[in-house]
Design a binder for this molecule. Structure first.
Ligand code: NAP
Length: 213
């Protein structure tokens, strides 16, 4: 199954703030989207920290991380570097041991050799488009799920092709005003998606969309 999990969205439809750079990985005001996640045990464990909240938001975040055999990311979620890679120094936002622990396929127009990291993550760069990334992720994941991590431009492409089986949005009661809009001009209804579940959490409302079989 190809799924998007724990993807945060503001009430005005943005899933990233504007002007992403090294100091603003989520774009300006982007952290307001993620405030439901930062205090959870799931997030803290991913970052090598102990404890954390264990309520509804946490259970949902933990479920989103279970059973994944491969990830697909867009190049901007991997980092702020644009255009041809100036050198091999950028290895993601997450330090020497990224929180993936499985193969990760990064969509880009700029080829680069795979980067093996500590803890089982390998960043593979895919220049052949979304279908090639999905085929490679399927081969790597075997019977496990593939998680489409984002960002926004990447999810929009897979949605338009009807390739996402389940989309879980963590809807945050904040207004971003500007940034990357997730669903503008995409008719999910015509693509066959429907809301199947809505769960109130402590800091977000969790909405699940599935494509009718
Ligand atoms: N709301 C959330 O829960 C959440 C989760 C994850 C990320 N985010 C945020 O989302 C933002 C990033 O999203 P984004 O929309 O800016 O970008 P993105 O989807 O991460 O990456 C877009 C870039 O990926 C490459 N790419 C995408 N599709 C491609 C294709 N078919 N073929 C070749 N290359 C392709 C292109 O890079 P090149 O042309 O430069 O190679 C493109 O500019 C970040 O701010 C991140 O923090 C939010």
């Amino acid at each position: 199954m190809l799924r998007v999990s724990s993807f945060a969205i503001s009430i005005d439809g943005y899933a990233a703030g504007p002007n992403q750079d090294l100091d603003n990985p989520l774009g300006v005001r982007g952290p307001e989207l993620m405030e439901w996640f930062f205090s959870t045990r799931a997030w803290r464990k991913m970052h090598g920290l102990s404890e954390g909240e264990t309520g509804v938001d946490n259970s949902i975040a933990e479920a989103g991380l279970a059973g994944i055999g491969a990830w697909i990311l867009g190049r901007n979620m991997f980092g702020p570097v644009r255009g041809p890679w100036p050198d091999e120094s950028w290895k993601g936002w997450w330090g020497e041991e990224p929180p993936y622990h499985v193969p990760v396929f990064v969509l880009t127009h700029h080829a680069r050799a795979p980067i093996p990291m500590k803890g089982g993550t390998t960043f593979n760069f895919v220049t052949g488009g979304i279908h090639e990334a999905l085929e490679r992720a399927r081969a790597a994941a075997g019977a496990k799920d593939i998680r489409l991590g984002g960002g926004v431009a990447t999810i929009r492409q897979y949605l338009r092709e009807g390739l996402i089986d389940e989309l879980h949005l963590a809807m945050r009661p904040v207004l971003l005003g500007a940034g990357e809009h997730l669903l503008h001009d995409i008719d999910l209804r015509a693509l066959g998606y429907e809301c199947t579940k809505s769960v109130p959490g402590e800091r977000a409302t969790h909405v699940y969309l599935r494509r009718r079989p």
